[in-house]
Design a protein around this ligand. Structure first.
Ligand code: ADP
Ligand code: MG
Length: 240
């Protein structure tokens, strides 16, 4: 039996609001979304439309909730129903199922590149040697061979983002969530990073969801969604 008709990621009726004092800011009030395994999806939309909130919910960092009801809807990724998991279970799920790439890299300045990349592996039952071997493999993959001992402060933005990507994939997750991964980079470095994401999608079959402001960045994806007023609009694209 296969479940090929089932989307890899399914959001059904997802509700999310932020409360500040007595004020309620509704972000989503019934969001639906299906994403196929192996897709590369760009999410665009105005500032404040909820793109980061969406990624945080997909990453199990934020949980959906109701605005006036406790029913926050359903977020399923693979076989995991995130909305049914407690915080501990979600943290464990996160550690082996997905990697996150951030706009400003989020590297630890006191650790060198190799140590930054190794961090997620410390949660796994791996020997030091195995961890080092994996770090070396992903550093080769992102074009940073031999730079293990270099510190983030001595690297360009593009190199730091390569470290960020290597850290996101070192645990070999199926899913990569990228929040404005090229938002801090010049065009050339941005395109290098986008090509790398394209490679990870095509060759290593990573499912990628990438938030971006930049239409050129979105053109690297297979599918583009526009988030507006709490709803998605799919962008039709001509064959490239
Ligand atoms: P985007 O990434 O599309 O710019 P966000 O998802 O960051 O948008 O934010 C959507 C809305 O939710 C914004 O109005 C933002 O101010 C609000 N928001 C985001 N996070 C929080 C939070 N932790 N507490 C209160 N409001 C928040
Ligand atoms: Mg954002």
């Amino acid at each position: 039996m296969t479940d090929t008709q089932e989307p890899y990621i399914a959001l059904r009726g997802v509700r999310k609001a932020f409360r500040i004092g007595v004020e309620t800011i509704p972000i989503f009030s019934g969001l639906d979304l299906s994403i196929a395994r192996g897709d590369f999806v760009a999410v665009m939309g105005p500032s404040g439309s909820g793109k980061s909130t969406l990624l945080n919910m997909l990453g199990g960092i934020d949980s959906p909730d109701g605005i006036d009801s406790p029913d926050g809807g359903e977020i399923r990724i693979g076989r995991s129903h995130l909305e049914q998991m407690g915080e501990g279970a979600r943290a464990a799920w996160r550690a082996h199922s997905m990697g996150i790439v951030f706009q400003f890299y989020n590297l630890l300045p006191m650790l060198n590149a190799g140590e930054n990349i190794e961090l997620p592996l410390l949660l796994k039952p791996l020997k030091r040697k195995e961890r080092r071997a994996r770090v070396e493999t992903v550093m080769d993959l992102v074009g940073l061979s031999g730079r293990q001992r270099q510190f983030p402060s001595s690297m360009s933005g593009g190199q730091q983002q390569r470290v960020g990507i290597a850290r996101a994939i070192v645990g070999d997750p199926d899913l990569l969530l990228c929040d404005e991964p090229t938002g801090d980079l010049d065009r050339k470095s941005a395109n290098d990073i986008l090509e790398m994401l394209g490679f990870l999608n095509r060759e290593l079959r990573k499912t990628i969801i990438m938030v971006t402001h930049d239409p050129e960045a979105a053109s690297f994806a297979r599918r583009t969604l526009h988030l507006n007023k709490g709803e998605f609009v799919e962008q039709e694209r001509l064959a490239q």
